[in-house]
Write a protein that binds this ligand. Structure first.
Ligand SMILES: NC(=O)c1ccc[n+]([C@@H]2O[C@H](COP(=O)([O-])OP(=O)(O)OC[C@H]3O[C@@H](n4cnc5c(N)ncnc54)[C@H](OP(=O)(O)O)[C@@H]3O)[C@@H](O)[C@H]2O)c1
Length: 281
């Protein structure tokens, strides 16, 4: 029997590719975008398997209505994928309170709210899988992306707590950390209204890189991302909570792991003093 999904952010990019791949595999999906007209192509390509649902993550009533429509039509939700997201570019000093709240509403509050709405259904069914699409910046940081980095770190922290709480209820939690994939993410990214030119030195390259993401020959294909996520969902037995996807993601996070060990060792020396000499042999 096909699995039943609620998958957010399907008008383009990774969500669109994942929706197509899952429908091709025989699953039924409620897929979301802010305008359902942007989902017509998907629905037409997979008649009967794709239910377009309007969703604005920053609106509680919209989240409730989306979960209601999905469950009415599908009869339950086996897999919730919190994929929808948008970036905000700006130095920490440039980002206003309003802009920060807006970014966190989309990246943290909305997915949290959807998860809270879906968990009772999954507990009643006795199974479920919550997949949160984070980023390598859920573990590391890049300049100019402080608000986006904060949002993805928060999503990962929430997921770690949820994984412990959900496990006794046979609900699996996975955080997927994509590297760079060719989507409109870079062009959709908004910019903080306040500009302080001194930050161009550290941040400009990041903005230019994001804007050129879809044309960068080194970025991955959304279709490949989708296949990896289907593999993750299909995997039997215990799987890692946090799963990078893409060669560049493993490269960044490998370096970050080493740097983290070095930072930890340096901090220990700073606060605890140098380690005792090894015992004589
Ligand atoms: N592409 C990459 O290299 C990359 C790397 C790491 C992580 N990611 C993450 O992957 C996820 C998908 O991004 P993408 O690359 O596929 O970008 P994308 O092509 O821009 O797709 C983003 C999707 O999110 C939806 N969305 C944005 N804001 C929303 C809101 N407030 N409420 C509801 N839906 C909203 C958009 O729908 P609308 O049509 O309604 O705008 C769109 O369907 C994001 O969480 C992103 O942070 C991407």
């Amino acid at each position: 029997m096909g699995r039943r999904w609620l998958l957010t952010g399907c008008s383009s990019g990774l969500g669109h590719a994942l929706a197509s791949a899952a429908a091709r595999a025989g699953d039924e999906l409620a897929v979301t975008a802010r305008k359902t007209a942007d989902l017509e192509g998907l629905a037409a390509a997979w008649p009967g398997r794709i239910l377009p649902v309007p969703l604005e993550l920053r609106d509680a009533a919209s989240c409730e209505e989306a979960v209601r429509r999905a469950t009415d039509r599908l009869g339950g939700i086996d897999i919730l994928v919190n994929n929808a997201g948008i970036g905000l570019f700006g130095a920490v000093e440039e980002v206003s309170d309003v802009e920060l709240r807006d970014q966190l509403e989309t990246l943290v509050v909305g997915p949290w709210r959807l998860t809270r709405l879906v968990l009772p259904l999954m507990r009643a069914q006795g199974h479920g899988h919550v997949v949160n699409i984070s980023s390598v910046v859920g573990r590391i940081a890049f300049p100019g992306l402080g608000a986006y980095v904060a949002g993805k770190h928060a999503l990962e922290g929430m997921s770690q707590a949820l994984a412990i709480e959900a496990a006794p209820h046979n609900i699996r939690v996975t955080v997927v950390e994509p590297g760079m994939f060719a989507t409109r993410y870079g062009t959709s990214m908004t910019e903080a209204r306040r500009r302080i030119p001194v930050y161009d030195v550290t941040n400009r390259e990041m903005l230019d890189g994001a804007r050129g993401l879809a044309e960068n020959p080194e970025t991955g294909r959304p279709e490949d991302f989708a296949e990896r996520v289907l593999d993750i969902i299909a995997a039997e037995g215990p799987t890692p909570l946090r799963i990078p996807v893409g060669d560049d993601a493993y490269g960044y996070l490998d370096l970050a792991e080493q740097a983290s060990r070095e930072e930890f060792a340096a901090a220990r020396i700073l606060t605890q003093g140098p380690p005792p000499p090894p015992p004589p042999v």
